[in-house]
Design a protein around this ligand. Structure first.
Ligand SMILES: [Zn+2]
Length: 185
């Protein structure tokens, strides 16, 4: 799991984008040679996005009917596949449906497809909400994750859903706790 987070960090660093909030996910896709295409997948509301190659062009398809913040997460998720799992998807079309529910780990998730999806989600969360940036942001502050307004304000700043921000805050807080750093959350 640490690997996915590290790869997202490295990518932001390499592109000189780690301090620019909100993170320009479209620019990152472009930098990696991927073309982002918005498409109304009518009648397929749970279809978030897809990753495939058309001739030599890498295409990230995103559900145009979804909220812009969710679309950003989808693009970041597909970038995660591109960076972490390119060898797996070579020559295939990868389709993502409602992957947000899979952000929680369960018994089956350690292997196979679920594991890949969780890695892509961790990558996406780090890409859009870099831990270092959040730590700076939250230094000496207390954020009440039960307070919708506080989480929403933070989510708006990073242009992610409040749901994605809550999960990232919980993960960041527990990671900090595990490394015994001071805990602002
Ligand atoms: Zn996926």
């Amino acid at each position: 799991m640490a690997n996915a987070v590290k790869e997202a960090e490295k990518l932001l660093e390499r592109l000189g984008m780690k301090d620019k909030i909100p993170v320009d996910v479209m620019e990152i896709a472009r930098a990696l040679g991927a073309k982002v295409v918005l498409k109304a997948f009518d009648g397929e509301d749970d279809l978030s996005g897809m990753l495939f190659q058309d001739n030599n062009q890498i295409i990230i398809g995103v559900n145009a009917n979804h909220h812009p913040n969710r679309r950003r997460f989808t693009v970041a998720h597909e970038i995660g596949h591109l960076v972490l799992h390119k060898h797996i998807f070579e020559g295939r079309v990868h389709v993502d449906k409602a992957f947000e529910v899979k952000m929680f780990r369960d018994g089956r998730s350690k292997q196979g497809k679920d594991f890949i999806e969780i890695q892509a989600n961790r990558f996406a969360a780090e890409l859009l909400m870099p831990t270092e940036s959040l730590k700076r942001e939250l230094k000496d502050k207390y954020v009440d994750v039960e307070n919708d307004d506080e989480v929403k304000a933070l989510a708006n700043k990073y242009e992610v859903s409040a749901h994605a921000m809550s999960i990232k805050l919980f993960n960041t807080a527990s990671d900090l706790f595990e490394t015994q750093e001071s805990l602002p959350l």
